[in-house]
Design a protein around this ligand. Structure first.
Ligand SMILES: C[S@@+](CC[C@H](N)C(=O)[O-])C[C@H]1O[C@@H](n2cnc3c(N)ncnc32)[C@H](O)[C@@H]1O
Length: 246
């Protein structure tokens, strides 16, 4: 599957954000980050310029603004995602602006942001972690913070069955990629990075690791599912990472 196929899958799927504009607008009015995110980010985000690579529907940008960000810059390559997020920010009077960018190239100036906030379905679209992290380091000012709250790399392995936690027969923790079969679907390729690979890449890119934790809660649950065994608290479904640019 090609990167172009993934881009097209997102271009199609992101139209949802325009079609469901009223719902995301209502969510943005109330948006809060997860408690662990607020706890870790309240200090770094206060008064900060925050870049949000792969900002998607951008509801979290409203939460970042509420947490005290001076400016949030959303970066995404899907036209509908950027258009809907920009319209919402204007309507709510948020200090957020949106750029169409094909990452890892952000288009932002060197050392121009205080915080990079990303995750919730972002790193799986990154084929080359070293290139992505080098760009994040370039745009961060010295002492700036890289924050990731993301699906745990084990998540692609869990089935969504009730009862017993099971590993999907078609998945491996050590595979390099798999084809997405939920959202955006359409042949999009999700890249897999083990937790060790991610941490090693963050350190190699010139960051100091200040926080790494694994959490039982998933950051996203498909609407039609509820009693999933893998969500009953026994296995990891998300992680948080905070690293500082040296
Ligand atoms: C799961 S979504 C959004 C995640 C976001 N944190 C959220 O909660 O909405 C992933 C986003 O990444 C964007 N994306 C994927 N690959 C990209 C790339 N190479 N450059 C820019 N945006 C990309 C897609 O367009 C999509 O909007």
């Amino acid at each position: 599957m090609s990167a172009e196929q993934t881009r097209q899958a997102w271009a199609r799927a992101s139209r949802k954000y325009l079609e469901e504009y009223a719902e995301t607008l209502a969510q943005a009015r109330e948006a809060r980050l997860e408690p662990v995110e607020e706890q870790l980010l309240a200090g770094p985000v206060a008064g900060a310029v925050v870049a949000h690579p792969m900002s998607g529907h951008g509801v979290d940008d409203a939460a970042l603004a509420r947490l005290g960000a001076a400016e949030v810059i959303g970066l995404d390559y899907s036209p509908a995602a950027v258009t809907s997020a920009r319209r919402r920010a204007e309507e709510l009077g948020l200090p957020c602006r949106y750029l169409t960018a094909e990452l890892p190239d952000s288009g932002l100036d060197t050392a121009s942001v205080d915080v990079v906030y990303t995750g919730k379905g972002a790193l799986i679209w990154v084929p080359d972690l070293a290139a992505f992290l080098a760009e994040m380091r370039r745009i961060l000012r010295p002492g700036g913070v890289l924050f990731v709250y993301e699906a745990h790399p084990l998540v692609p392995l869990w089935t969504w069955e009730p009862g017993q936690v099971r590993v999907r027969e078609d998945r491996s923790y050590f595979a390099r990629s798999h084809v997405n079969d939920t959202f955006p679907a359409g042949g999009a390729t999700e890249h897999q990075h083990t937790l060790a690979e991610l941490v090693t890449a963050v350190l190699a890119a010139g960051f100091t690791l200040e926080h790494l934790a694994e959490h039982p809660e998933p950051f996203w649950k498909p609407e039609h599912l509820d009693a999933v065994a893998a969500w009953d608290g026994r296995v990891p479904n998300s992680f948080s990472l905070l690293a500082r640019r040296s």
